[in-house]
Design a protein around this ligand. Sequence first.
Ligand code: GRF
Length: 202
Amino acid sequence: LRVAILISGSGSNMVALAQSMQGDHPARPCLVLANDPAAGGLRKAEDMGIATAAVDHRPFGGDRAAFEDALLRPLMDAHPDLIALAGFMRVLTPEFVARFEGRMLNIHPSLLPKYRGLNTHARAIAAGDTVAGCTVHEVTPALDDGPILGQARVPVLQGDTAESLAARVLPMEHRLYPAVLRRVAMGERGLLTLTDGMVGSA
Ligand code: GRF
């Protein structure tokens, strides 16, 4: 299976996914595609021998459709079977998502359905939550709303800041996303849940 990974920044989730596909795995990364030519993840992908491309979204202004048409070109040239959004910070139109319905995954740094959108860790702390985490879901036209494929939980500790909580969640993202990708690539379904130190499937 060919997996295209879309990034916007450092690409730490992309690295975790790419590393997980090395060796005995039914999937391989076929492209790392960024919406910013300066995305740090592009260099990391090159160092791992993965094809890369970048389409800067800024020249397109608010014309999402035009940006997405430009994004489709390198994406379709890579003939992906699956698309993994990994720290990809652009909202995709329903038309773009519809092209990949059922074949596009995303990781979101909250326990969906709580805290769709941005600033998830600050919002969890402000709400006084004692548990936080991340979610891998199928991408559907509504933002951060598709069927949940996996979740990982971490405790929210006294005195946590958005940064300290993010630092606790991010390593769990790097465990959850590869585990869910492997199951999807194997054609398995079912919700995968991780808690600190444990792997269990409900
Ligand atoms: C992080 O905030 C992560 O929680 C979210 O996207 C951001 C960047 O991730 N998934 P990455 O390091 O670019 O994968």
